[in-house]
Design a protein around this ligand. Sequence first.
Ligand code: AMP
Length: 288
Amino acid sequence: MKVAKTVEEIRRIIADARADGAGSVGLVPTMGALHEGHYSLINAARCECDFVVVSIFVNPTQFGPNGDYREYPRSIEDDLAGCETHGADAVFVPSVDEMYPAGFATTVGVAGLAESMEGRCRPGHFDGVCTVVAKLFSIVAPDVAYFGAKDYQQAAVIKRMAIDLDLPLRIVVCPTVREPDGMAMSSRNAYLDDEQRAQAAALSESLHLAERLVREGKRNAAEVIEGVRSLLGEKAPLGEIDYVAVIEPDSLEAVEIIERDVVIVLAVRFPSARLIDNMRVDVPKASR
Ligand code: AMP
């Protein structure tokens, strides 16, 4: 497995791989502190692509001024070992100066999709994400890029960006990998103490409740949201709810009456970490 720190190095590694016959290159963009969620993306890339590139870059521009950029967990040695174990061919680990050299002045932004939910709670977040992902796409020129459904809105925004900018690649969104108690794996889970961690299981529990309510025939989104909020209030009192929403899977628009498949999305701020989760709920045709 090759490790590259500069744009020139990773481009050369990929050019050599293509010259040696690699027909498809897969990219897995990450911020490191890798866990099984990230590894599931690497596994998917490994299954589908000839050459697998993982990027590890804690991107400062997607953190707010009061965000956790400085504290964000970093574990590069373990991450490199994990990438190797999971069959990555190359890892791109650029410095901040490599990605944002003096004079850097461009921002890539997606209107509409990026303005609600995470975009509203974290102003500028998606501009940072889109700019860095557009750069990674330009540097690596992958045929396929892998993202997690855990960050549902992020995946939708990136798909939109790729379409709008005519980027010649396919975006694959892989299912959320969860802990045994249902909690979505996240690098930020490490911030939680035992009490917060125990309460955080209520996020996925509340999504299952929402799923059950819809399956049982509840069609009024406000009632589903109320069910989720009251479960969270009861079981996760340390968490402040940023939002709970029932959205249309592609447009991400809020749904009032549930007549088709929807995604339930939520964000909860615990004292030590802000957590997000979501679940798609399919509405069988017969019960629409
Ligand atoms: P991050 O390092 O948090 O920026 O995440 C890098 C990629 O891994 C993103 O596409 C995330 O959506 C994805 N990811 C993070 N956690 C999970 C998870 N629990 N299951 C699946 N994908 C995940």
